[in-house]
Design a protein around this ligand. Sequence first.
Ligand SMILES: Cc1cc2nc3c(=O)[nH]c(=O)nc-3n(C[C@H](O)[C@H](O)[C@H](O)COP(=O)(O)O)c2cc1C
Ligand SMILES: O=C(O)C(=O)c1ccccc1
Length: 387
Amino acid sequence: MTERFGGYQNEIYLQGLGGTFPPCSTDATKLEESAREILEPGPFWYVAGAAGSGATARANREAFDRWRLVPRMLTGATERDLSTTVLGTPMPAPVLLAPVGVQSIVHEGAEPAAARAAASVGLPYVMSTASSTSIEDVAAASGEGPRWFQLYWPTDNDVCASILARAKAAGFTTLVVTLDTWTLAWRPNDLDHAYLPFIKGEGLGVPLSDPVFRGLLEKTPEEDAPTAILRWISMITGTDSTWDRLPFLREHWDGPIVLKGIQHPDDARRAVEAGMDGIVVSNHGGRQVDGAVASLDVLPEIVAAVGDRLEVLFDSGIRTGADIAKAIALGAKAVLVGRPWVYGLAHAGEDGVRHVLRSLLADLDLTMGLSGHRTLADLTPASLRHA
Ligand SMILES: Cc1cc2nc3c(=O)[nH]c(=O)nc-3n(C[C@H](O)[C@H](O)[C@H](O)COP(=O)(O)O)c2cc1C
Ligand SMILES: O=C(O)C(=O)c1ccccc1
């Protein structure tokens, strides 16, 4: 089905005639600034912050500036079709909501609000293991919307299997395994505010509702919250896994599996060899390795390394329609967006998330049309020049 995302432009103008204005900026690059005015420093820096000096987070943005679209004329791009299918999930545009933990710290509606917004636009919501809400409650909020599940991999196999079984039973189709955050990076902004949401016990919607995890505890989390929290933290951070542990996931998940956090072509090749279905070329929005390469800069070599042997998704730094078009032109099948919609959630809950998503898709739709690209397949390296 062809969605006319660009029509959101006229909708906004018409609403303005009636005195109604967007709930937050239509420009995702401005949302960090306005979020700073409405969030306390701890929550604000949890979202906006990055590892170390922030060099990689800045590099992620700068990398997009080194590529420019070359507009083509008279191509008949009046009607666009932005739809695609990724690992069996049809989507009206090549955009997914990146997994984001502990959303209750920016808005009381938390994950269900974001999942409802995603479903209303038809985009897949990738639920984080670090959600403040249970798997079943997020699934219910998604309704008919597509849903993927992101795994922070517990060291305890029984707990891991239980979480995967619940995600599967709740209708999550695709598993995204995050590899780059097996321990939290040096994050000065969180440290300066002594702010770790997990310690407040807010990101425990998944384990606290898990019967196997609860069975490991001597006292229930209601009786002794700190012990439960520490037990969970020690289960999902502090231990790096190795490639030989992947078959366990295959045994316990019968849908597609995607590895998130790939930045080296050799790791992408290993993902192929391990029989994975996809990868997310991502540096976690610059939140893990400060001084690391910009995610967009490694995308072309990774696409060249794996060809069509698995699906290559991309994230880290996407803020505009042009950014999405560039990532697709460089070989990504779809992109994940992180901070922008979290700021939308902070500003206006479900409406804010929907507005950020629709703005991004309208921008992409109009950018593609005006640069003469009718479908995603029209976006190729030939659509770009090095600036
Ligand atoms: C506040 C916040 C929380 C995040 N939590 C998770 C998480 O729980 N799991 C995960 O795989 N990635 C997590 N990420 C990383 C995102 O999935 C994504 O890789 C990153 O935000 C993309 O960069 P962008 O924010 O520049 O779009 C988080 C990112 C942010 C900003
Ligand atoms: O902050 C993050 O980037 C992240 O991935 C995370 C991990 C655990 C809890 C909350 C967020």
